[in-house]
Design a protein around this ligand. Structure first.
Ligand code: FE2
Ligand code: FE2
Length: 188
């Protein structure tokens, strides 16, 4: 990567405030996206729509698991599934909102949803199966979101921060699932 030129201490930090103001007016209809947007907008929106699909699939899988949880540990685990489903829904909303800010369209089309999603929809038979599938899905999300964060880097710090926040939550989810799996697996 090229090193940034050392800033002239006598000059204002913003390179050319007049020019920035002029450009801001020029494409006013583009909302939050200025000409300074460093990432490739089409790629950014595509990548975010894949993350959106991932979150929706996670909502559906956790919901299914919430309603299907059976057995002695079922109540506590079912509650955890529901909590995760709601948090994944929150992530989906945050991502959709960001897509719109970038002048894109959030893809909520059920057709092709699984193709766009990084994680899978696996129902699982036993409670342990379900927890394991959720753990796998969280681990997939952790990997793919880490890659997305690297893509945005300093080209789009706002989206990067959003995805970092979501990633931290997925890590918590994975940890929750792995703790549950240890309990449920042991007492089976
Ligand atoms: Fe999520
Ligand atoms: Fe998650």
């Amino acid at each position: 990567m090229a090193t940034a030129p050392t800033p002239d201490p006598k000059k204002p930090f913003l390179s050319d405030i007049q020019e920035i103001r002029r450009r801001a007016r020029q494409h006013i209809e583009k909302g939050a996206v200025t000409e300074n947007y460093k990432a490739d907008l089409t790629t950014s929106i595509r990548v975010l729509n894949e993350a959106l699909a991932t979150e929706i699939v996670c909502v559906l899988r956790y919901k299914r698991h919430h309603y299907m949880a059976k057995g002695i540990h079922a109540k506590a685990v079912a509650e955890e599934f529901l909590e995760h489903a709601n948090e994944e829904q929150g992530h989906a909303d945050q991502i959709a909102e960001r897509i719109v800010q970038l002048n894109g369209e959030p893809n909520f089309n059920p057709e092709g949803l699984l193709m766009r999603s990084h994680s899978e929809y696996v129902e699982g038979q036993t409670l342990a199966d379900m927890i394991q599938e959720d753990l796998v899905a969280e681990r997939i999300a952790i990997d793919s979101y880490s890659e997305i964060i690297r893509y945005f880097g300093d080209k789009d710090p706002t989206t990067r921060r959003l995805m970092e926040e979501i990633l931290a939550k997925e890590e918590e989810h994975a940890d929750d699932m792995s703790t549950l799996l240890a309990h449920v697996g042991k007492e089976k």
